[in-house]
Design a protein around this ligand. Structure first.
Ligand code: ATP
Ligand code: MG
Length: 412
């Protein structure tokens, strides 16, 4: 059903090597969903009967075992990394009540190896639990009715939606992402739980929710995903501040900018654009924090405003724990914008590590807010290559650099 050549040849080779060593191995999750829907997969997840040690034996120096709680293997092919995980099963009732303070509902530990059927059953939704082997005449293993649901465009929990969403509330967000991305519907009982139990997300690990947020921004459906979250009365629990501003002028601006980014992203731009994505969403709020009501008045950077903008960014995404370096870089992207009105600074500004994202943000402002696009013609184009290496944290005394007029370190 899926022509073999549409699967990444590295993945085909990876599976073949596991098979040759006598192990079962399948593509699972989002990649199978996308391939069956005739869409290019974003990345590939692989499930195997081999233990991490056995995977390591097959791939040797190409493989790295990661994770302390549940060990996965990252298999590297040049710049590409594929995640290979051993079949897992859900913990039994006794295993669940193994921890102090555990209520026996939420799954804190999910680290028991299992077989293929058990691995399908521990997954969240039927459309995410289809196993595909491109090597054996396109073998599809569908233990949970995922194919029928995929055809119907239905998000259905595996097992009782009430139980499955209670044991891991992150699944609420994952269900809504499927609705936003593919225009799927929620199965009736699942929809009821999603609408009634949204507050449960407050119990979920913020670090995992942050990971899901990054995945939302990695795709061109960011605005739609947030809009669907709002439609299901979930945004107020997930990102309360964004929910509050949604219908305010700031929120409208945010949506216009982010929609422009999504449009460009759907055309294939912006490899690794977390900073740009966050800056796009945070720009209106950041300007408000600086007392700038109309974005077209953002022609100068007020003095000592770095901290204010960082706080505005953090607050907007509260309670998700954005790492410091990301808030810092996002703030830089935003504060570089007014520099584009003065091409005499071209030399210095275009060497800034965030220059290309600021260039893109300006271009988005030109598209969404009618900023003068001709100004950009004077500036070097922003390349879309790999991100510059992350700066290492500097020892404190070296961080004290002379301050420029705008309150930034002078090399900004
Ligand atoms: P994407 O296209 O965004 O990568 P995905 O479905 O592949 O979508 P991943 O986060 O890559 O999402 O997860 C891979 C697979 O792992 C899922 O398809 C699903 O089978 C399983 N999975 C992920 N998160 C959960 C969860 N919270 N509960 C149960 N199964 C999960
Ligand atoms: Mg995936």
């Amino acid at each position: 059903m899926i022509p073999e050549m549409t699967v990444n040849p590295q993945v085909v080779e990876l599976l073949a090597r596991l098979h040759q060593a006598g192990h079962e191995a399948y593509i699972v999750g989002g990649a199978v969903r996308d391939l069956l829907l005739n869409l290019p997969p974003k990345d590939y997840d692989i499930a195997t009967s081999a233990t991490p040690g056995q995977v390591r034996q097959v791939f040797r120096r190409q493989a790295r075992i990661i994770g302390r709680r549940f060990r996965l293997v990252h298999v590297r092919y040049g710049p590409n990394i594929y995640e290979v995980s051993t079949y897992r099963r859900e913990p039994t009732a006794e295993e669940r009540i193994g921890q102090e303070g555990d209520d026996g509902v939420v799954i804190w530990r999910d680290n028991q190896y299992g077989n293929r059927e058990q691995d399908a059953a521990r997954r969240d939704f039927t459309v995410n639990a289809i196993f595909y082997n491109p090597l054996k005449d396109g073998e599809i293993i569908d233990c949970v009715g995922g194919m029928a649901d995929l055809e119907e465009g239905m998000v259905r929990a595996i097992g009782s939606p009430e139980v499955r969403l209670a044991e891991d509330p992150v699944r609420i967000l994952r269900a809504l992402k499927l609705v936003a991305q593919y225009d799927f519907s929620l199965e009736e009982e699942l929809e009821k739980i999603v609408r009634d139990q949204g507050a449960r997300i407050e119990l979920a690990s913020q670090a995992r929710l942050y990971e899901e947020l990054l995945k939302i921004f990695a795709k061109p459906y960011a605005v739609k995903t947030l809009a669907v979250c709002r439609e299901f009365d979930f945004l107020r629990h997930f990102l309360p501040r964004i929910n509050e501003v949604w219908d305010e002028p700031d929120g409208l601006l945010m949506r216009r900018l982010a929609a422009a980014r999504d449009r460009r992203k759907s055309r294939g731009s912006y490899w690794k654009s977390r900073r740009l994505a966050l800056a796009t969403v945070a720009l209106p709020t950041a300007l408000e924090s600086l007392g700038i009501a109309d974005p077209s008045e953002f022609r100068q950077v007020p003095e000592d405003c770095g901290r204010t903008v960082r706080k505005a960014i953090r607050d907007l995404f509260h309670p998700l724990p954005l790492p410091k370096f990301l808030t810092h870089d996002t703030k830089d992207v935003i504060l570089l914008l007014p520099r584009f009105f003065d091409p005499s600074q071209k030399e210095r500004v275009s060497r800034h590590p965030q220059y290309r994202w600021a260039h893109e943000l300006f271009s988005l402002c030109a598209e969404a807010l009618d900023w003068p696009p001709e100004l950009l013609a004077e500036w070097p184009p922003a390349d879309d290559g790999p991100s510059p290496p992350r700066r290492r944290p500097q020892p404190r005394r070296r961080q004290r650099r002379p301050r420029g007029k705008d309150g930034h370190a002078s090399n900004h």
